[in-house]
Design a protein around this ligand. Structure first.
Ligand code: RTP
Length: 155
């Protein structure tokens, strides 16, 4: 297994197929950009059942697992690697609660979704899972090493 930048915290953020279908790609990306995190990887991608199952392996015994795999593979997703101190917890706050009806207004799910099974975006739940998921969804060489000229103090 390869490793993305080990020193800096990174989160794997994914716009799910409903977000892509509904034309929310720009809206969702801009929330992370405006917050000030650094975009290290970005691609539109049709994932296989195997990859979706590996990504969600901790949920494999849940009753909704087959539906979840069908949902995630139902169309292209947007894969992103975002970097910065505290990015994992902060991205979870920006995204909001799993059930969009419980997500606060101002969060992505609170503003843009209504169903748990169509909650438009994924965000890693720990820095370790951030690394694991980025290594799973991106190939070596797909991430860019760059620094923001605009806000060098953020990274
Ligand atoms: P994510 O991994 O997508 O960021 O979501 P999460 O941590 O907020 O939620 P998690 O419990 O890890 O569940 C992963 C995704 O599975 C779908 N789900 N469906 N009861 C249900 O039908 C149900 N529960 C969860 C959601 O798409 C959730 O985001």
């Amino acid at each position: 297994i390869w490793h993305s930048n080990m020193e800096v915290e990174q989160s794997y953020i994914m716009i799910k197929p409903d977000g892509v279908q509904r034309g929310l790609v720009g809206e969702i990306i801009s929330r992370f950009e405006k917050k000030g995190f650094l975009l290290k990887g970005l691609k539109l991608f049709q994932c296989s059942k195997d990859l979706a199952q590996e990504h969600y392996k901790d949920l494999k015994d849940k009753p909704f697992f087959p539906t979840l795999i069908e949902y995630i593979t139902s169309g292209p997703v947007v894969c992103m690697a975002w970097e910065g101190d505290g990015v994992v917890a902060s991205a979870r706050k920006l995204i909001g609660a799993t059930n969009p009806l419980q997500a606060e207004p101002g969060t992505i799910r609170g503003d843009l979704a209504v169903q748990t099974g169509r909650n438009v975006v994924h965000g890693s739940d720990s820095p370790d899972n951030g690394k694991r998921e980025i290594a799973l969804w991106f190939k070596e060489g797909e991430l860019c090493q760059w620094e923001s000229v605009q806000t060098p103090w953020l990274v």
